[in-house]
Design a protein around this ligand. Structure first.
Ligand code: NIG
Ligand code: FE
Length: 410
């Protein structure tokens, strides 16, 4: 299949080092390397001296990068990027001492973004969301998960998921959609959470039939839903063969990690309050821990996720932006990696694996996240001297080119 004589390659980069992340540990460093791709797939990721001799293979565009590093494309596996408006006012309220849960109980928080999304048409929603997605891709993101969860009615959830798909089409970034109607209780269902879950379960197959749903999520929390309610949503997902993930144990230990692991969930996300039993359940199920240091940072949280326990039990850790208007208005996955190192003490290597191979796994994607022949040609060229710099700089523009499926997107 990867016969170099079959057709000329579409591109070849030389004069560069690779961090392939191929193998269980280390960056998979290759100096004086070459990366070649054809028809959206990597055909060579290794030493330049190991390139095939056949000149036909090399007749595509050959780029001498003149230094720097290439990593796999970054995978942002947890975002709420499609929304309308902003919540800068709540940020100011919180700085004056008001709590996130307090604001939510007073009708602000997620509910205020729900009001903004319900009154925005599809084109307006797209127009507001595209610049955020562009910021992420410009900083290296080639696969982007986007959740619904600010419509909380059939049409609003559908509109969000449609916009998420359109973001992918417009920017060439691979988008995975997640149905998160069980994010908050809409006002028209006040005091009737179980009836709302009935509706959430009824909308799911209809949206799935339109090809709008790749995975299903819920928010188990004092200000969200109970574990029993999330279980009902997961059962509906399972009936359709859809994978599940969960906003778990963010503000309190609600048993979320064990719940989602019990459904062979792809990931448990946030997990600051996850206890030992939850970690063990995740390890047994192969559920990824998605760390969201942006929300931790913005909410000025102090309870750290059980990173050591994840290491000891071999639970893969991913890192994502959680880009959303309330807890994490974060528009750079590289910045999230930086925060994961400074706040959660991940090593830069763990953070990079967390934003590539482990993040891909948190989306159920096995065809990306490392540089290896046969994988999708998703890769980023960075103007850096060593990989740890990706977690070192705060801000700035380090990505010099970003390719998704072999196509340059930034
Ligand atoms: O991941 N925790 C719940 N959901 C989001 C926040 C959503 C919002 O505040 O708008 C999160 O932090
Ligand atoms: Fe989230």
């Amino acid at each position: 299949m990867n016969d170099p004589q079959q057709a000329p390659w579409d591109g070849l980069v030389v004069g560069v080092s690779l961090a392939t992340l191929d193998g269980g540990s280390g960056y998979g460093e290759v100096e004086d390397a070459a990366l070649g791709w054809r028809e959206g797939t990597i055909v060579h990721a290794g030493p330049r001296t190991a390139l095939p001799a056949d000149p036909n293979a090399l007749s595509g565009a050959v780029i001498d990068a003149g230094g720097g590093w290439i990593t796999p494309g970054l995978v942002d596996c947890h975002t709420h990027l499609v929304f309308a408006g902003d919540r800068a006012g709540e940020f100011e309220q919180r700085l004056q001492g008001m709590g996130y849960e307090e604001i939510a109980r007073a009708g602000g928080g997620i509910a205020s973004t729900v009001r903004a999304v319900r009154s925005a048409g599809e084109d307006a929603l797209l127009e507001q969301s595209l610049p955020r997605a562009r910021a992420l891709t410009a900083d290296g993101v080639t696969t982007l998960e986007i959740k619904s969860g600010y419509g909380l009615e059939f049409d609003g959830e559908r509109r969000m998921l449609r916009v998420a798909r359109r973001v992918g089409e417009e920017l060439g970034v691979a988008v995975r959609t997640t149905y998160l109607a069980a994010h908050a209780l809409p006002p028209e269902f006040a005091g009737r959470a179980d009836a709302y879950i009935d509706a959430v379960v009824e909308w799911l197959p209809r949206l799935h039939a339109e090809g709008l749903v790749d995975a299903v999520d819920a928010f188990v929390e004092r200000i969200g839903f109970t574990a029993a309610q999330a279980r009902r949503v997961f059962e509906a997902a399972r009936a359709l063969g859809l994978p599940v993930k969960l906003h778990a144990d963010q503000l309190s230990d609600g048993g979320g990690a064990a719940l989602v692991a019990g459904f062979d969930g792809l990931s448990a996300d946030h997990v600051e309050h996850t206890g030992e039993a939850g970690v063990q359940a995740m390890a047994a199920a192969g559920t990824v821990a998605v760390l969201l240091p942006g929300a931790f940072h913005v909410l000025r949280e102090t309870r750290l996720p059980p990173v050591d326990a994840f290491r000891v039990h071999g639970v893969p850790m991913a890192v994502a932006t959680d880009c959303n208007p309330g807890t994490s208005p974060l528009l750079s996955l590289r910045q999230a990696m930086q925060l994961a190192c400074t706040h959660f003490r991940l090593t830069p290597e763990e953070a990079l694996r967390g934003a590539t191979v482990n993040a891909a796994r948190a989306l159920g994607l096995r065809d990306r996240g490392v540089l290896r022949p046969g994988m999708r040609a998703d890769f980023v060229h960075w103007a850096i001297a060593r990989p740890a710099e990706l977690c070192y700089w705060l801000g700035g523009q380090l990505a010099t080119s970003v390719h998704a499926g072999g196509r340059r997107i930034a």
